[in-house]
Design a protein around this ligand. Structure first.
Ligand code: ARG
Length: 488
């Protein structure tokens, strides 16, 4: 492969298929000794993973450095050898960061690429793989990589919650109809609607934290499947790599076979991400509806919308649509992983190499959706006049009218029936509920008092919704303040 620049030093899968002849028997680390020849070119192309697992390089080096320090502690490496390995990896790190490192598909994966290059530079590199297999190595790398990604995602999720709260707070007094069956139901504050998503995302954050805690156990030392005859200090490695409990004690996997075959942490993460994506998809759908001419509740900034190549008037909510669409991928990745694992015998099987692209795709996709949705919300304005007109629909207060009768002693079932009759009467007369006279109300039921029309005072109606979780004026302010404090 030719040298490439820092930004484009990704190896491509086709590089391997372009290899004309089988590799020399000596080149891939894992084949030395046993094999007379290297893999056929099409085999190398079929089985390589460097085209995607290069992304693990930083974590692979981190794990190797911890392993090497442990090998020195138990007397397998000398201090000088450890030092040489550390220097070698520092140089390799600089090369990868600068885009100078040449990934070789014939070396199959990130683990062998890095180890081969280290050994080329440092003779002691040949001791690094002592009591280690790529099976526990890859399990370690992915845990380290995913743990970092989860921590960044947790921050991005919080930022999205903060954007929702900001949009709500900027429009604190705006009322809209709340919907069931996508039919106008009862009035709610716009902020109340947004805070529903903040609650959903908070549960996602909790699930993410929970999954992280179960992921955070060190599998290194599991070997290929059966540990090692050498006296490894697994706790020492775990401590160096931050695999610790809440009291700082090392956490290591307790069964070597489970250690190399377990991918539960990936499944859990992909499940958390899938539900998170479903939440974002529902939010996207609301945004798409609100942005339509039919609703016209919001405007989205030009930088976060797109036009049509044909229709000059169009302005489309593509960020929301793409987020809704990408949810399919994230859900699909979870299904792929579950299907991949189903039926695998103990312990490591090469099938497991298929886990990474699904995991990487989910991680990159969900992070992008979270970030872009937040950025779009920060560029979103509310059409207050349209919202006010929609929220003024007196039918939204039909339930309040029934509550009015309940307060006057009527059983709710009867009140519901009476108000239904009033609605039918108003419809027949072609007048809104708040434009019937008191006499007309009383002709439907004698239970209506002279003050019946005050039910349609929207401000009073919103003040009445004062129980916890209700979209009342005070309650929504309180919730906004609670979230502002929590997310500060
Ligand atoms: N590239 C491999 C993977 O992603 C690393 C482990 C290979 N182990 C093996 N025994 N071939 O799963």
């Amino acid at each position: 492969m030719a040298k490439t620049s820092a930004k484009s030093n990704r190896p491509s899968a086709t590089a391997a298929s372009a290899t004309p002849a089988p590799a020399p028997a000596s080149s891939p680390v894992s084949r030395s000794g046993r094999f007379g020849t290297g893999p056929a070119a099409d085999v190398a192309a079929f089985s390589e993973s460097i085209s995607f697992d290069w992304q693990l390089w930083r974590h692979d080096i981190r794990g190797s450095l911890a392993h090497a320090a442990m090998l020195k502690k138990i007397g397998i490496l000398t201090a000088a050898e450890l030092q040489a390995i550390q220097t070698g990896f520092a140089e390799i790190t600089a090369d990868v960061e600068a885009g100078r490192f040449v990934w070789n598909p014939q070396l199959e994966d990130v683990h062998m690429n890095l180890e081969a290059e280290l050994t080329r530079r440092v003779p002691a590199g040949a001791k690094l793989h002592t009591a280690r297999s790529r099976n526990d190595q890859v399990a370690l790398d992915v845990r380290l990589w995913l743990r970092d990604e989860m921590d960044v995602l947790a921050g991005e999720l919080r930022a999205l919650q903060a954007a929702l709260v900001r949009l709500g707070a900027r429009n604190e007094t705006v009322l809209i109809p709340g919907y069931t069956h996508l039919q106008r139901a009862q009035p709610v504050y716009f902020a109340h609607h947004l805070l529903a998503y903040v609650e959903m995302l908070q549960r996602d954050a909790g699930r993410l934290q929970d999954a992280r805690q179960r992921l955070n156990v060190c599998p290194l030392g599991s070997g290929a499947l059966a540990g090692s005859t050498l006296p490894l200090d697994r706790e020492f490695v775990a401590l160096q790599l931050g695999f610790v409990d809440e009291r700082g004690r090392p956490r290591v996997t307790q069964n070597s076979m489970d250690g190399v075959s377990d991918r539960d942490f990936m499944v859990e993460f992909c499940a958390v991400a899938a539900l998170m994506a479903v939440h974002l998809s529902r939010l996207s759908e609301d945004i798409i509806l609100w942005f339509s001419s039919e609703f016209s509740f919001i405007r989205i900034g030009d930088a976060y919308t797109t036009g049509s190549s044909l229709m000059p008037q169009k302005k489309n909510p593509d960020i929301a649509e793409l987020t809704r669409g990408k949810t399919g991928r994230v859900v699909g990745n979870l299904m792929s992983l579950l299907t991949l694992l189903k039926g695998l015998p103990m312990t490591y099987n090469r099938d497991l190499q298929e886990d990474k692209e699904r995991l990487f795709d989910t991680t990159h996709t969900i992070r992008a959706c979270v970030r872009l949705t937040g950025a779009m919300l920060d560029q979103t304005e509310v059409n207050t006049a349209t919202c006010a007109a929609a929220a003024r629909d007196p039918q939204l207060l039909a339930t309040d009218l029934a509550d009015y009768l309940v307060r006057r002693g009527l059983p709710f079932r009867q009140a519901h029936h009476v108000v239904g009759a009033v609605v039918a009467r108003a419809e027949k007369l072609g007048r809104p509920l708040n434009e019937l006279s008191v006499a007309e109300y009383q002709s439907v039921s004698a239970e209506f008092g002279a003050d019946v029309l005050s039910t349609f005072d929207l401000e009073r109606a919103m003040a009445r919704r004062s129980i916890t979780g209700a979209p009342g004026t005070r309650e929504v302010r309180k919730q906004l303040a609670r979230w502002q404090k929590l997310l500060a």
